[in-house]
Design a protein around this ligand. Sequence first.
Ligand SMILES: Nc1ncnc2c1ncn2[C@@H]1O[C@H](COP(=O)(O)OP(=O)(O)OP(=O)(O)O)[C@@H](O)[C@H]1O
Ligand SMILES: [Mg+2]
Length: 219
Amino acid sequence: MPTVVIASPKGGAGKSTAAILLGTELAHAGASVVMLDCDPNHSLTLWADRAPLPDRIKVLSNVTESDIVRTIKQHDTDGQIVVVDLEGVASRLVSRAISQADLVITPMRATTLDATIGVRALQLIAEEEEALDRKIPHAVVFTMTKAIRSKQHSGIAESLAAQGVDLINPPLMERAAFSALFEFGGNLRNMPAQGNMDGAIENAALFAQAVYKRLAEGG
Ligand SMILES: Nc1ncnc2c1ncn2[C@@H]1O[C@H](COP(=O)(O)OP(=O)(O)OP(=O)(O)O)[C@@H](O)[C@H]1O
Ligand SMILES: [Mg+2]
């Protein structure tokens, strides 16, 4: 079963949030999900320690450069989806994770600075594709998107599309419930209400469905 790697060298791009939303929504939909915390800052582990983990989710902490490939291969078995959360850097660990991916997702705020740095993730993927002589499906998801889209956002979306980058629709909107995941742990469905919960759940579910569709289609 597939491995989804969440990667961007840009710190604070929304990687861990996207990883948690993806993992919890896939588990809610019935999948068994193994989440690998490969970030020395332990964002996923902090989330996991806040509350009992939702059903069908396992979190493995402290996955390092030396055991990432083995760990993915061990868990990438029938009936499980592996979600890998990485530190906001370019490193050998990141490249190794990308090398094992069935899909790489790059979360990106739609600002010029974030897009400029975030696009470097696409270069890392291209390097792995070259080294391995295989295509690694990848997609960008805009994060922390505001209800009213700026011109900058539209310009960056157009520029990525012109480069042939696969953009996941819907983007992850800026939502109190998403940032509160780190406060309460668990998933959106068992969290005390934060803002528009129905909207947040719908956004997360549609995002996870868009990712799942790509996995089912083989990227
Ligand atoms: N869609 C969103 N809506 C509201 N807040 C968000 C959203 N996405 C991320 N955040 C907040 O932005 C901050 C950074 O997000 P997150 O930790 O997911 O980024 P990251 O890319 O994993 O960062 P790092 O590079 O440090 O690992 C966190 O405080 C998180 O709660
Ligand atoms: Mg993170």
